[in-house]
Ligand binder design. Structure first.
Ligand code: COA
Ligand code: ZN
Length: 307
């Protein structure tokens, strides 16, 4: 098997994780986590969402977070924008990278952003022109790409349709979201294979939630299909206690730990990353699902890990 020499990690904990924490995490602590992740060598961090503060009160401090980014050279900081209002806020806040998001399932999109898929796409066309004119880079998320808790199966052609629209808008990267952990390695392979002809030069990222324990297996299947960009959350942050099927992304430290053991580089300092995960647990006040902060990284010298 020819594995890549390196892959790109996109840390989404400050956005995907904090948006579903039961308690509001103080702005200072959010900023400090972003600083620590940047120092650990994470090159891409999704820091917040410019969404309605009524819809996601946990991220109502997006302007404040954006104003205090460490701006480490070579590191990109991105934010989610659901509509034109969100994009304008992101531009005013000085963001250079934004992410559009729409669900492949009609019901999920309605519940998430109170728009039909078509209405979201219509808004994105206008947003994309504005973003590209302003020199911003755009990522396009397809949420519920591998299944929807309301509609069940999602067909690759539903995903393809959105990806095709995104590419026409000028996005530079698509991220396929397994929002509620319904993917499996075979489904991931099939999805990537069916999308390859549509994607052309557009980069592909995979975004797995580990709701049912298939997250890291899904990453491996994706790597075997040539994917090289993976979203994950420090500590495995995320998961709304109100939803039975919602849970965090795969934990960044666990994924990076496994990749490094396989000789696949991420440019990230694993020890510093594990410290970031411990910090994330402290500021959320709860035990997080990531494994390495408890188990310690593998120590091939045979001495017991220092915990
Ligand atoms: N930022 C701040 N406020 C916004 C906003 C934005 N991007 N978009 C809309 N609003 C405000 C409007 O100004 C309006 O305020 P008002 O009542 O004081 O006039 C209010 O929100 C309702 O606006 P409306 O256009 O009717 O939006 P909505 O209530 O239908 O909500 C979204 C649509 C998209 C704004 C909202 O559902 C949302 O932010 N969802 C995000 C969901 C999310 O982040 N999910 C997780 C990511 S996958
Ligand atoms: Zn997610």
């Amino acid at each position: 098997m020819n594995f890549p020499k390196s892959v790109t990690i996109v840390e989404v904990g400050p956005r995907d994780g904090f948006q579903s924490e039961p308690l509001f995490v103080a702005t200072d602590k959010k900023v400090e986590l972003i600083e620590r992740l940047s120092e650990a060598g994470v090159k891409r961090i999704e820091i917040t969402s410019f969404v309605s503060p009524e819809a996601v009160p946990q991220l109502s401090d997006s302007e404040l977070v954006a104003a205090r980014l460490p701006k480490k050279p070579g590191t990109s900081y991105s934010a989610l924008t659901p509509n034109l209002r969100g994009l304008e806020r992101a531009i005013r806040a000085g963001m250079a990278d934004i992410a559009l998001f729409v669900s492949a399932s009609e019901t999920h999109n309605q519940k998430n952003v109170r728009m039909s898929i078509e209405e979201s796409l219509r808004a994105f066309r206008q947003m994309a022109r504005k973003a590209l004119n302003g020199g911003l880079r755009m990522r396009g998320y397809v949420a519920t790409a591998f299944g929807c808790e309301y509609e069940g199966r999602v067909l690759p052609k539903q995903v393809e349709r959105i990806v095709t629209e995104y590419i026409a808008m000028g996005i530079s990267e698509v991220s396929l979201g397994d929002t509620t952990g319904m993917a499996n390695p075979l489904a991931v392979r099939e999805m990537i294979r069916s999308l390859k002809p549509v994607l052309g030069q557009t980069a592909l990222a995979l975004h797995f939630h580990d709701t049912r324990g298939t997250g890291i297996a899904n990453v491996l299947a994706a790597i075997e299909e040539g994917a090289q960009i993976f979203d994950c959350s420090i500590g495995g942050l995320g998961g709304c206690p109100a939803s039975r099927t919602s849970s965090g992304n795969i934990a960044t430290e666990d994924l990076v730990g496994m990749l490094h053991e396989m000789g696949i580089d991420t440019g990230i300092d694993l020890d510093a990353l594990i410290e970031c995960a411990r910090y994330a647990a402290r500021i959320t006040g709860r035990q997080l699902p990531g494994r390495l902060p408890n188990a310690g990284r593998i120590n091939w010298n045979g001495t017991a890990p220092d915990l």
